[in-house]
Ligand binder design. Sequence first.
Ligand code: ZN
Ligand code: ZN
Length: 192
Amino acid sequence: MKTLSEYLDLAAQTHGHLCAGQVLGVRLAMLGLRELGIDDPIEERKRIVTYVEIDRCVTDAVALVANCRLGKRALKFRDWGKVAATFVDLKTGRAVRIAAKESSKQAAREKFPELEKEVGQQKAYAALSDDILFDKQWVKVIVPPEDLPGFKGPRVICVQCGEGINFKREVVVDGRTLCRACAGERYYQLLD
Ligand SMILES: [Zn+2]
Ligand SMILES: [Zn+2]
């Protein structure tokens, strides 16, 4: 694993700026990997699947450190609005969920009161102990085969819109094979 400051440099590059969220995310992911005993997330990339529970600054940093990307199917998004992530070790089946403590923000604000808010928070998230910042839970995550990176399966066609569906995401309604949009889960509306 790289050092905190090496990760922060990388995070600033990938994310576009250094911010308190990057520092917190780097710390969160480093803790998760350390708990799983994964020392080199680049070398061991096929071993890790990460579930993130928010799409904010912190997410980019978690994905960077855990070396999990959406396009590699190793990053899963559960939109729960929580600063938390679960790291699954596919080799051992162990998984650990790390969540930022509700009190961590306040703790960070109080650590360097003389500094400007954002700068103080960044420094504090780098300095405070894991115990102050995070809660840790050992959990079990069942990752279905079709969710695993590298899954190969049949591609089916939605009988309504004709678009192809991968990874068993189709649903059968009244005997008709539909994509989730046609089955009613559409997040967009068609304009005429
Ligand atoms: Zn940011
Ligand atoms: Zn469809």
